[in-house]
Design a protein. Structure first.
Length: 278
């Protein structure tokens, strides 16, 4: 069974430069007050693996599929039938697991990445970095092509506890970063920017740590540090998003040794370049 959170058939913002299918898994140990996917922090929505797999197979080819069958829902085509039907050119080139915190369901991660590999899709993992040992297990298996680590703020315990609602997280995140550096896997570090969280000085500190770790591991493959524009949850308006201009200034102040990108929900803005995304 997979505790399923949702599926996005086509995304161009989860993996910069690739069209990706994104599957969300439920469950997260963090309690970030500003979380966009707070509905996925808890709850159960279990489905059979083959039911999810058959939809993934069809969606990667741009084919119509019936609604996913939950424990007491509608008829679902078999994975074998889906594979036969899915003879067209792949509709996407990458597969991304997100959440929640997908590593909370390690067995599901292994099986879903195995399926994606069989479909010849690049495999990406979005994680908070809370489970370094589980991340290491996946990387040792060679089934993840890129990791996207979501950094909440600078890596000290008081700041991280304020940002995530629980203690003991910063050390786990640092270890996950070290593992990515050590294995030489391609990865992006991301930070969602809200008013005063993180501050410009905290962003500078994040970049300093990333640079320091990169210097310690010669095979490090950090591709980007991405600043994402945070928005209130749907139906809420308790703050105004930080402007792209202010985020660009924050990126410039962070230094130039690491590629820094600024991302809004519909625009990816690099230094001197703007590319549309969906």
């Amino acid at each position: 069974m997979v505790n399923f959170g949702g599926i996005v058939p086509l995304s161009t913002v989860d993996w910069l430069g690739k069209a990706a299918l994104v599957v969300f898994l439920r469950g997260c140990p963090l309690r970030c007050p500003h979380c966009h996917n707070h509905a996925l922090q808890t709850g159960e929505s279990d489905i059979e693996f083959h039911a999810l797999a058959s939809r993934i197979v069809c969606r990667t080819k741009g084919l119509h599929t019936p609604a996913i069958k939950l424990r007491a829902n509608l008829h679902q085509i078999s994975l074998e039938d889906a594979s036969i039907r899915a003879s067209s050119r792949p509709f996407v080139e990458a597969f991304v697991l997100s959440g929640g915190e997908p590593l909370q369901q390690l067995k599901a991660c292994h099986r879903l990445f195995g399926l994606a590999r069989s479909l010849e899709l690049a495999c990406g993992l979005e994680t908070s970095g809370f489970y370094p040992d589980r991340l290491k297990t996946l990387l040792e298996g060679g089934i993840v092509d890129k990791v996207f680590i979501d950094l909440k703020t600078e890596l000290n315990e008081p700041a991280y506890q304020m940002a995530t609602g629980i203690g003991g997280v910063a050390a786990r995140v640092r270890e996950s970063l070290e593992i990515c550096h050590e294995f030489g896997v391609a990865f992006d570090a991301r930070c969602t920017v809200f008013p005063e969280l993180p501050s410009c000085s905290q962003v500078k500190e994040i970049v300093r740590i990333l640079e320091k770790l990169g210097g310690e591991y010669p095979d490090s493959h950090l591709e980007h540090f991405v600043l994402q524009q945070g928005h209130p949850r749907e139906g809420e308006s308790w703050f105004e998003p930080v402007s792209l201009e202010a985020m660009q200034e924050m990126a410039r102040a962070a230094g130039q040794r690491i590629p820094v990108a600024v991302r809004a929900p519909a625009v990816i803005k690099w230094a001197g370049q703007v590319s549309k995304s969906t």
